[in-house]
Design a protein. Sequence first.
Length: 121
Amino acid sequence: MKSIFKRFINWVKLRIYEILYVLLLMVLSGYIVVNWEKCITMKFFEQFDGNNILFLIWIVLFILPFYDVEAKGWKFRRKGIEDTRKQFENAENIFRQNQINNFRDDIQTQNSDEIDGGGSQ
């Protein structure tokens, strides 16, 4: 039981920023949905109540994962692009390994045919 708890704590420590980001996005989304009319009025100077700023922050939080942004040690990366690049590299390595294995098998087959064919004549 302790090992499961320790693994969970380590998992949370490794992903604390992602957890906080999702939590903030969920809470802010709930607030925006409940107060939609107030948030989209965009009356910054006539009637400033902060809802407009929260709406803009909410939009930025939705766009943020698509770009590389670094601010005070926090680095938001386009993780999907990096993961895709790694998958392509792995697929390319597997393809090359398969080509090498097929080439080796063809050479071994040719050599065994030559050896067997040469001895029977």
